[in-house]
Write a protein that binds this ligand. Structure first.
Ligand code: G6P
Length: 371
């Protein structure tokens, strides 16, 4: 009923709009009275965490993209090497695991069979397993050594939205916690990043307040049958997730690419009028923004219609953006928390405009309990 959906037409749309709340809830109670970070169900001692010299993140679907973002944050803040692997591939490559490997399983449902089998395998190899999960008491956290629960509340729509953004929060918390324990970042820096995370709900709110702009774009592009998404660094997983959402919900051909890989193949796909979403990193001291800009120029020169997601105040992007969606200003590593939101809105609106059931897309299941 509409009441269950809080006045929204679909659970998915309701869940997109719940994200400011869900993200805030996932951040709640993580700081102790002394200001240090605490994770309640960590259950791994500081010594066990200090012994970790490698992290392998395993997940499926949208959760896998949260893992890709986590790699950027953990390696940058903690200086621990991170691999990210699809659950379904993990066991079959005979992964190198031992007691100093931390396996992080990300699963909204906690029941995905491939991910469950992967953690069972990791534990037979004496690795520690930490679950990032949204479902209390589900199988994956029960079979793990430690857990960070996301507090998204029940997610009904088959395609993950608030499940994803809260997973990102949990990944950042894990990264900061490891940095605290390992001493790779000072307390005041961790504090500062926590402060930036605490600004994210308001940032997401500001995007949702302009949902109509994104909906108008969805109608404008409703006749397109193919979409490309480009990103780099932490924007790359967002590109993959934006494309996945269009496949899942609108049944359209959509591909996400690392912008730097364009010239190695994908640029051949560009032809007149092809819509290309470009996730533009914040303007920083690094060269990410410049590099992204040149990628955008390349696709545009070949006839693509660029839909750029770029932060407020980024004036350099305007000449190259056929359409522009403004993002609130956040640090580059946290940008995935905001850049995904317009892409969720876009896919939801486009799919409903095409007459599809976005809560129960064809052929898909909310949790895949078969291998
Ligand atoms: C299914 C769902 C996706 C989800 C994936 C992983 O494919 O349709 O939305 O991302 O499973 O699920 P999990 O519960 O393990 O995060």
């Amino acid at each position: 009923s509409a009441a269950e959906k809080d006045g929204h037409d679909w659970f998915m749309r309701k869940e997109i709009f719940e994200q400011p709340h869900a993200v805030a809830d996932s951040l709640l109670g993580r700081r102790s009275r002394t200001g240090s970070l605490q994770l309640d169900e960590m259950r791994l001692s500081d010594q066990e965490l200090r012994d970790i010299d490698k992290i392998i993140i395993i997940a499926a679907g949208t959760s896998f993209y949260a893992g890709l973002v986590a790699k950027y944050a953990i390696e940058h803040w903690c200086r621990i090497p991170v691999e990210v692997e699809l659950s379904s591939e993990f066991r079959y490559r005979d992964p190198i695991l031992d007691y100093s490997t931390l396996v992080v399983a990300i699963s909204q449902s906690g029941e995905t069979a491939d991910t469950l089998q992967a953690i069972r395998h990791a534990r037979t190899q004496r690795s520690k397993v930490l679950a990032i999960c949204n479902t209390n008491g589900s199988t994956i956290p029960r079979e793990s050594d430690a857990v960070i629960y996301t507090h998204a509340g029940p997610e009904i729509g088959v395609a993950s939205t608030k499940g994803y953004t809260t997973q990102l929060v949990a990944c950042y918390l894990l990264a900061l916690y490891l940095a605290q324990v390992k001493g790779t970042r000072f307390g005041d820096e961790i504090d500062q990043i926590m402060g930036q995370l605490e600004q994210i709900p308001a940032a997401i709110e500001s995007i949702l307040a302009r949902a109509d702009e994104v909906y108008a774009l969805a109608h404008e592009f409703a006749a397109s049958t193919s979409f490309i998404f480009l990103g780099r660094h932490a924007g790359y997983p967002t590109a993959l997730e934006g494309a996945l959402k269009l496949k899942e919900l609108a049944y359209l051909h959509a591909e996400g690419f690392a912008a730097g890989e364009l010239k190695h193949g994908p640029i051949a796909l560009i032809d007149d009028g092809l819509p290309v979403f470009c996730i533009v990193p914040p303007q920083g001291r690094d060269q990410l923004h410049d590099k992204m800009l040149s990628g955008i120029q390349e696709v545009r020169a070949r006839g693509a219609r660029t839909i750029c997601l770029a932060e407020e105040g980024d004036a350099r992007i305007t000449p190259y953006a056929d359409r522009l969606v403004r993002l609130p200003r956040v640090p580059v590593l946290l940008q995935p928390l905001v850049s995904v939101v317009p892409l969720q809105l876009f896919a939801c609106e486009l799919a409903t405009a095409l007459g599809h059931d976005v809560d129960q897309p064809r052929n898909l299941a909310k949790s895949v309990t078969v291998e």
